[in-house]
Design a protein around this ligand. Structure first.
Ligand code: ASP
Length: 315
């Protein structure tokens, strides 16, 4: 039996203590802790890394505080369209969905795509049809609504913050202000198998069917037993351009870097060089965990069978 470890994130961004009430801070910490405990319990009982991260992500998706599942952000059209991905590092199988609506737990749908669709990546209406066919739990729009996210959207819905060529600065300001609330989990189980998953509502006021890094295998989510499992959070466009999650794996495989070092290179050097704000969580097959970010904060935590355990928010 090798050391087993689970790491999680609930988004990164300008998360400052002075903007937080003690109650809200406690609610975030409790949300993270409960989701982490749920996944860790699976590992402790000898369950797979895949089942562990699923248990964790479902809890975070059900928690209104995070931008995934219930509580997802609103698009330009005022609806919630969610993305999710999962990857099994032992088989290199993967499943992902983008632009899905009314699916209670997008991670379950991504898992279903991986295990029962013969495909890797499904989008929009087709993904919804597949969800219905597979009996995935759906919810009405009201279930996903949160006043907080709605107010965030209302404040910017008349702006054109996605015209990056003309309004780059504006977008940067917006992102600094609004934070990223995506959720992710990575795990290494008792057998040394690795899995990674990410789930998100994307970015507030997104339009034209915009897809971020989260559901893109290699950009926001990646797992490979020979190297690592990675889940990212941050300004998705830059994480796609950096192929961030897979790059960590490559640095480990081709250059022999440790998990921590490889993540630091990607987050602090490569992403920073193109203005990519955010962070990532990772595990390797020896059960090492790393939580690296270049933003002011990242909701994060990890728990390992060697007794180490952390839940934190700020830098
Ligand atoms: N990376 C996500 C996206 O760009 C946002 C986030 O991490 O919160 O869709």
């Amino acid at each position: 039996m090798s050391r087993f470890t689970l790491a999680i994130h609930g988004g990164a961004g300008t998360i400052l203590k002075e903007d937080m009430t003690p109650e809200l801070e406690l609610a975030y910490l409790e949300g993270l802790q409960q989701a982490m405990n749920a996944g860790y319990a699976v590992l402790e009982q000898g369950g797979s890394a895949l089942n562990a991260i699923k248990a964790t992500i479902v809890m975070l998706e059900d928690n209104m505080l995070f931008n995934a599942g219930r509580g997802s952000v609103f698009t330009k059209k005022g609806v919630q369209e969610m993305d999710a991905a999962v990857m099994d590092g032992s088989s290199l199988e993967a499943g992902a969905v983008t632009g899905v609506r009314n699916v209670r737990n997008p991670i379950e749908l991504a898992m279903e795509v991986m295990q029962n669709s013969n495909h890797v990546f499904l989008s929009g209406k087709g993904a919804s049809d597949f969800a219905i066919k597979q009996g995935i739990k759906l919810e009405p729009d009201e279930y996903f609504f949160s006043q907080f996210r709605y107010d965030q959207w209302k404040a910017i819905r008349d702006s054109d913050t996605y015209s990056l060529d003309h309004t780059h600065q504006r977008l940067e300001e917006l992102m600094r202000d609004k934070k990223f609330g995506t959720v992710g989990a990575v795990a290494c189980d008792q057998q040394g198998n690795i899995a990674a998953a990410t789930s998100t509502g994307g970015m507030t006021n997104k339009k034209y069917g915009r897809i971020g890094d989260s559901p893109i295998i290699g950009a926001g989510t990646y797992a490979n037993n020979t190297t690592c499992g990675i889940s990212c959070t941050g300004h998705g466009e830059m994480f796609i351009r950096a192929v961030a999650a897979h790059d960590v794996s490559c640095l480990m495989e081709y250059k022999g870097l440790s998990l921590q070092k490889a993540m630091e290179v990607v987050v602090h050097d490569k992403l920073m060089a193109i203005g990519g704000e955010g962070g990532m969580i990772g595990v390797d097959s020896e059960g090492n965990a790393a939580l690296v970010f270049n933003s002011q904060g990242m909701y994060r935590g990890y728990k390992s069978s060697d007794g180490n355990e952390v839940v934190a928010i700020y830098k």
